[in-house]
Each structure stands twice: as structure tokens, then as C-alpha cells.
Write a protein that binds this ligand. Sequence first.
Ligand code: ZN
Length: 504
Amino acid sequence: MEIKSLNSHPLDSKADLLAITVYGDPSKDALVKAVDEALDGRLSAQISAESFKAKLGQSCVVYPGDAYGASAIAFIGGGAKRGDEANTRNIGAYAYKVARRLKAKTLALVLPTTTTKNTDIDGQMVAEGVVLGSYKFSKYQTKDGAGDQPVETVEIHSDRTVGKKKKKGAASKTLKGAIERGAVIGAATCHARDMVNEPAEFLNPAQVATIARGIAKKHKSVSVKVLNEKDCEKLGMGMFLGVGRGSDRESFLIHMTYKPAKKAKKVQTFIGKGVTFDSGGYSLKPSASMVEMKIDMAGCAAVVSSMDAIATLGSPNEVHIITACCENLVSGNAYLLGDVLVAMDGTTVEITNTDAEGRLTLGDAITYAQEKTSPDELFDFATLTGACMVALGGFTAGVFSNNEALAKSWLKSSDTTGEDMWRMPLNTKLKSQLNSSIADMKNSGERWGGAITAGLFLEHFVKDTAWVHVDLAGPAYVKAEKGSTMRGGTGFAVATIVEHATKK
Ligand SMILES: [Zn+2]
């Protein structure tokens, strides 16, 4: 799919479908009025017949005949008021879905004017939304997709004037760049969705290494190192290896590095939890909770996929992506309740719950990251706790940090991308829940404050590096399609990681 930005008037477009966003009362919209006039009132009659009120995601399609070059015109509901970044992204997705329904090969889209007051951001978001709206994971459905005809070309028109016609030409350079940026971020997010949606049988630790190598091959600026179990043993990663011990598949720690052409401004390291299947181990999950546990590598999918976009867009920073990949299974060799594992930093950990495995893999990854990459900024992304979903619901990630400045700048990045994130406390009063009578710590606390004790466990391994932990157990996966988010893996956090790593 090619996405172009144009400065010509949208009503002059010869696309199969022209999509125009409307906010609030459609009868007050200048483009609605103009089209209605040209169609002798046919549009307003249809709007009232279909009760089109411009609610978010609603659409009203008219066929203008000879009045316009476009074969069909869709008015897309943008909601009662002009919206924010996420709203604009959803509009891009809704427009794409109408185009798919009408089997349009070319889609012209009028750039929505939003509350961001920044045309470039609007362009980025709408382009990202179009790409996300085109996402489908149907490779295992033998009958689905027959007759599907993807949109080939998308034109984004930035001119919304009515009456006076501007000169044809290319859109501003910065808008063009922003639209390209949106398309790149959208593609990386779709890649992360694919990784999450792929069954664990195929998306296993070795496969993640193959994907990382593929991204490194694509970009001169990216290199990759894959550590096998022997390598990790030499480094003393007893927690990570303990978790993977129950699986017949080998565990791998994957480390990708992006180096900018000029001297790096700072070093940023992004870790993703990569448990490619989580049965819970001997603290076995009930079947209903286990059925979706191929998604327990959504953090890994987000960081690995982000690297492709970071390298494409370029970053002033040295960027590291680290993921410790393994399966948490039950077998004669699996780690047991009551075992004591020795972490890479020497901490001894009593296992009181084998289903609290993510923090064990992350703890060693955090130690590795500090020793091998000396980051100025350290991040981890993990489908870590159900407790975080209980606290914040299914759309918002919990953000924990030991550093005010970094937490603020991270949340600013998430504001720009419109991904829902909320700061949570690392209340040290809860730390005594992790006291063990036989080791330095235990790996799980009580039920109350479970997202926080998981964060406190990780913080133990962080030492004095500035660090942000993002618990994305809620928004990593959704059961129903909504706007630019499709059923299944969402690719959550890719947009914010790329934004944070590439901002100047
Ligand atoms: Zn688990």
C-alpha cells in the first residue's frame, strides 16, 4: 500500500473512494454542505434517512455520479468534537475499513483537523491508522480472505477549503515526512501484532532470534547478538535459565544494537518480556487462563518490532533491544516451588510461584542490560501482572519508575502517540512481602498490590540506572476490534518506543 500526501483539492480526486471526516452536526460541515449542493440535496436526505450523526466510526456513503471524479464519497464520523491523536488514528482505520468494504483500490482521505493543532501529527496519526486498519491475521483461515482486495494507494489531502481552489502540488515537506513516519510506525506495530498472534509452536525463542537477525540484515546500522543457554550459563543467569528449564526448546537471549552515524546523544536500552508460552509452570494456570498465553511475549514483540522503525527513521541515540526468550512449561526438568535460583547479580530468590516467571527473566535481562550496555535510560515492557489489569483495566498500561525526569519524558512521549499509560507508585512499604526465610527474596508477594510488588522485585536488579517499567498486560491484547485496534495482539507500546527513541 502506497501512502501519498497531496495538496490538491480533495473534491478534485479521482479515487475510488473519497473519505471526509465530520465532527459534530453534519449539517454544519462546510464540505458536507458543498457536496450536498452539488448533489441537489441528495446527501442531506441520505444523512437524515440513515441517521448519520458523525458518531465516531459511523459512516455515510454517497455515489456522486458525474458530479465528482471520485466514484464514492464516504463521510466518516469523527465524534461530537474534534479529537486527539488516538481519535485521528482511529479515523484512518475507519476510512480504510469502508474502502475495504467497497473494494476500493484507491482511497483519498481529507486530513482531519484535530485538537492537536499540528497538521504533521494529524498526518502521522491518520497514516498510522490507515495501516493499522488494514491489519488482518488470517493466515490460518483457509476460507477467510477470499475476494478480499486490499487498498493499493492512499492519498492524504491537506486542503479542506471550500469554494476557492488552491494550486495543485505536493503537500509541505514536513507533512510528507510525518505521513511516511506514520506509515513506518504502523507497519512496525502490525509486525508486533503478527508476532503476538502467531501460535507459540512457531513463534518460539529460536524464531524470535531469526526475526531479530532479519531486521539486522535489513539495516546497516543494526547488529544482533544471540546468546544460547551455554552463553547465559557463563554469565550466571540462573533466574532466566531456571524458567526455561521445563521446555524442550532452547532459551535464547537476543540483543540488538542500533548505532547512529554520528556520536550518540545517549544510550537507551529497551527490554521486552519474551515468554513465548506461559503455562504457569507447576503453579499451573487453569485452561481458560492459559488459552491465550502465546501472548506472554508481547513486550518482546514490541521492542523487537520497534527496532525496524527506529533504524528506518533514524535515532540520535545508541539504542539497544534486549529480550530473554523462553517457554514456561511443566516437565520432569522444570523449576519447582521452593527452589532457590541464583540471579546474574548474585541475588538468591526463593520460588513461591512458578507463574511469577516474567520478573525472573526480566531481572536477569536488567542486570545484563546494565553490565553490557551502560544505559542512560533503561526501559522494560512486560505482560507482567493480572493485578495491573485489575487496577487500570484493559486499555491502559501501568508505568513504574525510579526516576522522576525519565518517567515524565516517557509519559510525554506516550501523550504524543496517544497510547494510554498511567503512572503507578513503587510503594516500598510493600517490599516486605518479598522477604524470604531461606533466600534473599522470594519471587511473589500477596494478592494486594501485585503489580507494585512485581515492580519492586524488578527495581531490586536496577541498581542506580534511570529506569521505567511498563506493565502492558491489559492493552497488549484485545478480544474485540475497536478503531485502529484489531482483535488479538495490539502492538501496544511500539508507537511510544519509536517516538521516544527517535525524538531529537
Ligand atoms: Zn506467568
